[in-house]
Design a protein around this ligand. Structure first.
Ligand code: PNS
Length: 158
């Protein structure tokens, strides 16, 4: 059974993330979306909220599970019997850091492969931090994030 972990901060999940999760679900038997619990960061949404948002948005994807994790990603993947890490790649600018993480994860556990999936072109400019900046400044984020959180993002900046 091919189990993939799709890790990230998802603060908040964007439609770019959802697209990668959905397409991963077509390639693997099971996809575990793993929200990083990073106590060092001051997030817009709590880990519990991020998990809930993803559960609601990905509810129809039958082989997709939503979870959270702390600590090393490779340890988490191993605990879930996952042998693949799926990451989305947008622009060349993502590549250097993603390569570094992929090689470090390979060093930590050579049995786990990192697989990169190219973003859909319509989401190639999208990131959680840009969405937050646009919302904070009152710009339109329609179509960039799941509909259920559009309003909530603006509220958090009031
Ligand atoms: O959405 P993000 O913030 O780009 O996701 C980054 C994430 C969660 C994939 C990365 O920070 C991570 O894997 N963190 C877990 C800690 C870890 O394993 N670090 C060493 C790997 S290089």
């Amino acid at each position: 059974m091919r189990i993939a972990v799709c890790p990230g901060s998802f603060d908040p999940a964007t439609n770019g993330h959802i697209d990668i999760i959905e397409r991963s679900g077509l390639l693997f038997d099971k996809v575990i979306v793993a929200v990083l619990n990073n106590p060092k960061k001051q997030p817009l949404f709590s880990v519990e909220e991020r998990v809930e948002i993803l559960k609601k948005t990905c509810g129809a994807m039958k082989n997709v599970e939503i979870d959270s994790f702390t600590g090393l990603l490779t340890e988490y993947a191993k605990s879930k019997n996952a042998n693949v890490i799926v990451k989305g790649l947008r622009a060349v600018s993502d590549f250097e850091y993603e390569l570094q993480m992929a090689l470090m994860n390979k060093k930590l556990n050579p049995e786990i492969e990192t697989v990169f999936m190219m973003t859909s072109s319509k989401y190639s400019y999208l990131s959680s931090s840009l969405v937050k900046e646009v919302a904070r400044l009152g710009g339109c984020i329609k179509g960039l994030v799941p509909e259920i959180i559009e309003g909530e993002i603006y509220k958090r900046f009031k």
